[in-house]
Design a binder for this molecule. Structure first.
Ligand code: M6R
Length: 418
């Protein structure tokens, strides 16, 4: 059983989506469609994209490890789709509203997709003067929203079938505002109902825990930020070209980062006995700490919390006790010294710290349990690289606990009900 078109892939590549109230009569000989008024109608038959390796784990033990490793390829494919190397420009045209006519952007998603929205908020604020809001679709759909035609509503979803995200999109459509979706499954309901679609080109994601789709969402959001900033004349030409050049290097940096897996296996052995784990970061690393915590809880059933490191003194510091594992995300950015000082505070209270950074050589801390070095990169690209060790950590802790990696308990890949 499944709600994604992939579930039917072994039987057919032809798909038709029914609208509310539609009825389909399917026999060996023919197929007929009727609408809610019993009137015979014609429906479009879509041909599913031809992904050969859908149900094939290859040499991997499970889909999740395959999908984590594929990120070096999927990001490359996505960059190729959006970046015009010759013109040093981004291929996004025909936007539903002109970028200089937008006042505000509202980014909406659930779970991991919401975390990509939360990351993009920082990028938008750095590269544009736009007002940016983020919302969880399950909250947005029931709030009293002041819709505005000068706002752009962006929906992020891997499956494109998430009930809450679709309901939020539907609400926007009923209020005649412009919508855009960032989607993996381009035939999906959310994609078909949006004014504008930006595919992430990640290929089928089968593991319930979202990995390559998250990096794909981040990538398309970052590309969109740069494009909007350029169209609004808020980024200089030199900086725009520099950011594009940096982006092209990203798949190589991801390949390099994936080499941390052996070290993560050792760290996972230490984390597996914990009661819970905290993830701390500031700025762009904060939403990544939320994502690290979500991956660990859904895969290994450990209690895990992501927090902005600067919020610790306002309550969560009370949770720190001898031996509690804390993951500190501290790339060399404007928050670096502050985050390191937060790290010293939790170490002083007995926390067992894993520091993930691209600047380890100047950090002297006697009681630091583990340090994991990720490659140096442009500050705006560090969220991609920080994510990988966190995916691997969740994967290996769950493996040691013999959890079902691809199908964690109580969860479904596409959440098509509330
Ligand atoms: O298909 P979607 O991206 O709309 O799904 C949203 C969430 O259900 C999804 O990201 C969920 O949080 C993942 N299982 C997390 O790994």
């Amino acid at each position: 059983m499944g709600s994604d078109s992939y579930a039917l892939k072994s039987m057919t590549n032809k798909i038709t989506y029914l609208d509310d109230g539609d009825v389909c009569i399917l026999t060996k000989e023919k197929i007929e469609f009727y609408n809610s008024k019993n009137k015979k109608i014609n429906k479009e038959i879509l041909i599913l994209s031809n992904d050969e390796n859908i149900a094939d784990k290859g040499d991997y033990k499970d889909f999740m490890s395959k999908e984590i490793n594929e990120q070096k390829i999927t990001t490359k494919i996505c960059i190729k789709e959006y970046i015009d190397l010759l013109r040093q420009d981004i291929n996004i045209y025909n936007f539903p509203i002109k970028p200089d006519e937008i006042n505000k952007i509202i980014l909406i998603g659930c779970g991991t997709a919401y975390h990509s929205c939360a990351t993009a908020k920082y990028w938008f604020e750095e590269f544009t003067d736009l007002q940016i809001e983020i919302d969880m679709a399950s909250e947005f759909r029931y709030r009293r929203i002041n819709f505005n035609k000068k706002n752009l509503y962006i929906f992020v979803s891997q499956s494109g079938e998430t009930a809450d995200t679709f309901a939020a999109l539907d609400l926007c459509k009923k209020n005649n505002v412009k919508t855009c979706s960032i989607i993996n499954v381009v035939e999906s309901t959310i994609a078909r109902n949006s004014d504008f679609v930006l595919p992430i080109h990640a290929g089928p994601e089968i593991g319930v825990a979202s990995t390559k789709a998250f990096l794909g969402q981040l990538l398309v959001l970052y590309i969109l930020v740069l494009k909007i900033s350029k169209l609004r004349k808020e980024i200089s030409k030199e900086n725009y070209i520099k950011k594009i050049k940096d982006l092209i290097e990203l798949p190589n940096l991801i390949t390099e980062t994936l080499k941390c897996e052996d070290k993560i296996k050792i760290i996972a052995k230490d984390f597996v006995k914990a009661k819970g784990v905290m993830f701390l970061g500031r700025g762009l690393s904060f939403p990544i700490s939320l994502e690290g915590a979500l991956k660990l809880k859904e895969l290994s059933y450990l209690h895990a919390e992501g927090y902005p490191a600067g919020e610790m003194k306002h309550g969560p510091l009370a949770l720190i006790e001898e031996g509690l594992p804390v993951v500190i995300l501290a790339p060399r950015d404007k928050y670096f010294e502050k985050t390191i000082s937060n790290m010293q505070e939790v170490i002083a209270r007995g926390a067992k710290v894993l520091l993930i950074t691209n600047e380890s050589k100047n950090i002297i801390s006697e009681n630091l349990r583990f340090t994991l070095e990720i490659p140096k990169a442009d500050n705006f690209l560090t969220p991609f690289l920080l994510t990988i060790p966190l995916q691997l950590l969740a994967y290996h802790v769950a493996s040691l606990k013999n959890c079902d990696i691809d199908k964690p308990r109580n969860l479904a890949k596409s959440v098509t009900v509330e």
